[in-house]
Design a protein around this ligand. Structure first.
Ligand code: GLY
Ligand code: MN
Length: 417
């Protein structure tokens, strides 16, 4: 089952909430993420822009959404899609039709792309602000057709001020709705079955990429469209490299293997890390390391509740980590935890793996977060990270990945059964 389970109503309500934030002197423009060339006439794997999906449900390139607020809270909504091209359909299959786009998004005014510019010109006449996505995250990224379109608009309409739409949309995406939580739970179940399949197959001599192949099989078989991110399958010392994705080493007897993974289901992915002994049994030293990380994981989760910001929580995590790791002898001073645990304890999770959200804002019920303490001892060839996904509730949190084994005895029992 690969059709969208999110109903049009979800996207209609998201737009209503956004429309309420738009002032009458403004318009908002969002566009599909661009397609890029891989080589010759082959394209890179394409994924819809997360905001565009959140407000339209349209999982199709080369589309635009224009929102035009009117008086008394009435906003006109226009969706622009590529015209159906029978020649292209011979190569690539059926294209999105206006009727399909209406049904998916709940937008009544669906037009073809050639009317976008005229529509924008007509509707901006009494407006001063164009809220748009400026994709300003990474300075080294190439300019996209969206950037060039916006530059062109600035030249053609110098009186129309372009402002960041993200400042309005990101806070909305931070608190998840029940439909999103259901999808994330489904994505978490799929990771559980993938990790359990891996645990059953693990043995010395396997290659890391063979584990990756098993994850891929499980994800696609269970209805994911792709991985949520490149899977990290890191045995032995490789696990001390945080984003190790080469996955080309051999699993050795006596080593641990760290697997950080998630399949993308309906545009949402879980983000889970588990660490397993390659031969099915933890050594005494591995147990010491693993248990310390598990203690941080559980202590932090026990204290997690709405009200603090991520930046406050990172401080709390540092205190918990410092205390536990110094007691276990991994560091001689609690303040030196960053020496063996060199990343933050978690992040927002949602349509983006490292999802949107202001790190200084207090977290609210409905936020979905990762909790992923780590311990990295390269000189011993040991890297441990235990990552759960949690939903903040009114009084604490619900661990969405609670059924994926993480206690030492549960892992050993599962692998030995
Ligand atoms: N799953 C990889 C990360 O959180 O960076
Ligand atoms: Mn993560």
């Amino acid at each position: 089952m690969r059709n969208s389970v999110l109903p049009a109503d979800f996207f209609v309500k998201n737009r209503q909430r956004l429309n309420e934030k738009l002032t009458v002197d403004s318009l908002a423009l969002m566009q599909s993420s661009p397609q890029t060339i891989r080589n010759a006439d082959a394209l890179n794997l394409w994924r819809q822009d997360s905001d565009f999906f959140y407000f339209t449900g349209i999982d199709y390139p080369d589309c635009s959404l224009l929102l035009v607020p009117g008086i008394e809270g009435k906003t006109e909504e226009y969706l622009f899609i590529p015209p159906v091209d029978p020649e292209l359909e011979k190569w690539n299959g059926k294209m999105l039709t206006k009727d399909q786009a209406k049904e998916i998004s709940g937008i009544k005014n669906v037009l073809f792309n050639d009317s976008l510019l005229n529509s924008l010109f007509r509707n901006q006449k009494w407006k001063e602000i164009l809220y748009c996505e400026l994709n300003d995250y990474f300075p080294n990224q190439p300019l996209t057709p969206q950037h060039l379109f916006l530059t062109d608009l600035r030249n053609r309409l110098p009186g129309l001020q372009q402002k960041k739409l993200n400042l309005l949309t990101f806070p909305m995406r931070t608190v998840k709705q029940h439909q999103e939580i259901e999808v994330i739970k489904q994505a978490t179940l799929i990771v559980k079955s993938a990790l359990e399949a891996v645990m059953k197959k693990l043995k010395p001599g396997l290659m890391e990429f063979q584990i990756e192949a098993e994850l891929t099989y499980q994800y696609i078989y269970n209805g994911c469209k792709r991985h949520g991110f490149d899977p990290i399958v890191a045995s032995g010392k490789n696990a001390t490299v945080l984003h190790y994705i080469t996955n080309d080493d051999q699993l050795k007897d006596g080593e641990l293997v760290l697997i950080d993974t998630g399949g993308e289901f309906q545009m949402y992915s879980a983000d889970i890390t588990r660490v397993f002994p390659v031969n099915g049994t933890f050594s005494e030293r591995q147990k010491e390391c693993y248990q310390a990380v598990l203690d941080v994981n559980k202590t932090f989760i026990d204290q997690l509740k709405p009200g603090s910001s991520w930046n406050q929580l990172h401080k709390l995590a540092g205190e918990i980590t410092g205390e536990i790791y110094s007691k276990c002898g991994f560091i001689d001073d609690p303040t030196k935890h960053l020496g063996v645990s060199y990343h933050r304890i978690g992040h927002h999770l949602g349509l983006d793996i490292h999802d949107v959200g202001n790190l200084d804002e207090p977290l609210e019920p409905g936020a979905v977060l990762t909790v992923e303490p780590g311990l990295y001892l390269p000189e011993e060839g040991i890297g441990v990270r235990i990552e759960d996904n949690v939903l903040l509730t009114e009084s604490g949190c619900e661990v969405l990945s609670a059924d994926i084994p993480k206690e030492i005895e549960d892992i050993e029992a599962f692998m030995g059964s």
